[in-house]
Ligand binder design. Sequence first.
Ligand code: C5P
Length: 221
Amino acid sequence: MRIAGIVPAAGRGERLGRPTPKALVQVGALPLVVHAVAALLRAGADPVVVAAPTDAIEEVRRQVPRALVVPGGAHRWESVRLALDAIPADVDAVLVHDAARPFVPDDVVERVVAALDAGAAAVVPVAPLADTVKRVDRDGVVVETVDRSTLRAVQTPQGFRRDVLAAAHADAETLDVTDDAALVEAMGVAVQTVWGDPRAFKVTTPWDLAVAEAMWETGKA
Ligand code: C5P
């Protein structure tokens, strides 16, 4: 099975409060996108296509010379679609991995690939929720406490049979989604879960960046 990688890296990362695009913010002296691409290359993804911010394409190309870099879009799903268009025809499956998740352990990627190998059409790595979860109304008043045991937080890389992801993206305009699996679910295709890992967390806030830096410095990444 030939597997390609897609790294949506075109977000501005406004919650990080930095002037540079988030994918170029450094952890352990390397930009986030370099760590994310490396994780897919270690798993044998070929090619790895990065969707970069349009004003940073040359800089991203310089940072990830082994990846194919294409301009990203205004939404994450659009960036994924643009990267998907650059994938060769003989690729069977695709791993979509956020640039903002620098430290996904190799065994998480291996579990996703193993599930694809075993015939899954779509696979997402998941983690249990640590906090109690409540649904609130518009005024912030609690409506109910949700049964946490059946909920999962979803990480990346998400794995898809290529034809399934391409079909899901054909409908993307009509859907406001934050991951690719939601598009596949909307088609009625079963999405399998495998266990993720806390280290696959997404760098979103300055606090997350401090955690990532500390992980790197203490050899826990
Ligand atoms: O904003 P958020 O952290 O949820 O973005 C998740 C991933 O999607 C990031 O790696 C980000 O660079 C990417 N993204 C993108 N194109 C956009 C918005 C987000 O590639 N327009």
